[in-house]
Every structure is written in C-alpha cells, then in structure tokens.
Design a protein around this ligand. Structure first.
Ligand SMILES: Nc1ncnc2c1ncn2[C@@H]1O[C@H](COP(=O)(O)OP(=O)(O)OP(=O)(O)O)[C@@H](O)[C@H]1O
Ligand SMILES: [Mg+2]
Length: 260
C-alpha cells in the first residue's frame, strides 16, 4: 500500500532558536519531491525532525504517516513504519559491518519468524551492489568507516534499495559524487520509483534532477516552504539563483551562511 507523509505547520527549535517556522508538505507514494533552498534555511533540520533526532524540539505542528502520529513514535519505530533518511553527513559506525547493519535494518521491518534468509539477503545484496557498481568488499567493512565522501553517498543508496522504505528523505545525496557516480546513484533512485515509494530529495543543484525528474519542486527559505512548482522551478533557480523569489515574496536577505 502506498504511504502518505503529511507535514503540517511544523515549528522546530534547536537549543531555543526557532529554525522551522511553519513547514507544510505532503509526499505520497509514487511521488518524488525536490526540496531546494539557500544554505541554513532548515532543509536538514526538516529531515532530522522527521526522523526524530533528539536535538530538534517540535514546538508545534504535526507529522503523520498515513494518519499515524510520527511525533509519538520512537526513532526505531519511525524506521519500522517505513521512513528512511539518507543523511547529509552519514555517520561512521565502528564494529558493525555494512552487511550486518543492512540485514538488521531489513529484519527490523519484518515480523519475528519472517526474517530474510541469509541466502536471499546475500543474493539481493550482490544484485544491488552490482547495480550501484560497488566493490563487494565494502559489504564487509565497518559501516561508513573510512569510506570516501562519494562512497558514503553510494552506500546510502544501497541501504535505500535493500531496506525498501515507503518514504525516503535523501539529504544532498548528490554532494561529493563524481560525474559517473551521480549517474549511478540516480539510476538506483530511479530503480526505486513505484507507486509504493515516495521520496524527498534535498539538493542544491539541477544536475541531479536532470537524471531524476521530480514531480514537484519546493523552495525553502527562512524555515518555510515559500514556493512550489514543477521541474521548471529548479531550472529557473539554476539559471537565476534565489534573488527573484526573495524579491517576489518581499523576503529580507537570508542570514548569510558561514561559508565563504
Ligand atoms: N545542532 C544545532 N545547533 C545549533 N544550530 C543548529 C543545529 N543544527 C542546525 N542549526 C542551525 O539551523 C539552521 C538550519 O540548518 P540546516 O542544517 O537545517 O540548514 P540546511 O538548509 O540544511 O543548509 P545546507 O544547505 O547548508 O545544508 C542553521 O542556521 C544551522 O546553523
Ligand atoms: Mg543541509
């Protein structure tokens, strides 16, 4: 059954500072949404809030998955319910191999006694790694430990393809990828496309969307979704930047990012 993730008037604070100031967004199975926006506008905060990162305090609003209150769920239960996050900066976990992590994550979503067989798991893992052109040795390495930036991103897509979530949030999955890897990662995401799968792709660049055509494009600024449209919106952003949206909406200049 296709799932629907609904975010309504979401307000989120970090250490007493309001970062999200009323986000509204709905993602249904079968849809791919791109979320764009200047640095520091709250895109990763939104992703972390959906997944239940303890640092992010939800002060008002709601997140539901098929009508179920996500905010009431523990982090593990959110994953079990079918939510998946590929983080902007994936964590390294020493002592847990990639393969063990994947098998546990798959089984966590299954009932007791219905765990994936080792044979089936290995076969699927081999298939997906081949599709993503990954070295099979990576399955036996500790999760993300010593992986290059691009290898981590590719590994997030391996997790996505193995776990088969209902709704995935991919935070800058294209950052640090070389030109060939960008195509491979896009192939993996496109392979996931089905009426049962909904996806939010957070990205800065149109180039990823050349390979994965989004159904909708949203722009976040100052903690809100300020504009939504089709793929043409991402093309206009690539060509013109964000100033025209700020002018259109009468938004004062963003707090400038720390980066030079
Ligand atoms: N743990 C934290 N402690 C303090 N401030 C934080 C924390 N996490 C996020 N922030 C602040 O919240 C704001 C939004 O950050 P966020 O990471 O959501 O931005 P973003 O839109 O994902 O930006 P980018 O495009 O650079 O990834 C920033 O000003 C950031 O400094
Ligand atoms: Mg971010």
């Amino acid at each position: 059954m296709a799932s629907t993730l609904t975010i309504k008037d979401l307000h989120v604070e970090i250490e007493g500072k309001e970062i999200l100031k009323g986000v509204n967004l709905e993602i249904k199975g079968g849809e791919i949404h791109a979320v764009m926006g200047p640095n520091g506008t709250g895109k990763s905060t939104l992703a972390s809030a959906i997944m239940g990162h303890p640092k992010y305090e939800i002060t008002s609003g709601s997140i539901t998955l098929d009508g179920q209150d996500v905010l009431e769920m523990e982090v593990d239960d959110r994953a079990r319910a079918g939510l998946f996050l590929a983080m902007q900066y994936p964590s390294e976990i020493t002592g847990v191999t990639n393969a063990d992590f994947l098998r546990s994550a798959i089984n966590a979503r299954r009932e007791e006694g219905k765990e994936i067989s080792l044979m089936k798991f290995i076969k699927e893992l081999d298939n997906k790694m081949e599709l993503l052109e990954m070295d099979l040795d990576m399955a036996q390495r500790y999760l993300n430990e010593g992986f290059s930036g691009g290898e981590k991103k590719r590994n997030e897509i391996l997790q996505l393809m193995m776990i088969q979530p209902a709704i995935a949030i991919l935070d800058e999955i294209d950052s640090g990828l070389d030109i060939d890897a960008l195509k491979i990662v896009s192939k993996g995401i496109n392979e996931m496309r089905s009426s049962e799968f909904g996806c939010m792709i957070i990205t800065h660049y149109q180039r990823l969307l050349n390979y994965i055509t989004p159904d909708k494009v949203h722009v976040m600024m100052q903690g809100r979704v300020v504009k939504s449209g089709g793929p043409e919106l991402a093309q206009r952003l690539e060509a013109e930047g964000y100033d025209w949206i700020k002018a259109e909406l009468g938004i004062e200049d963003e707090t400038v990012s720390q980066e030079a």
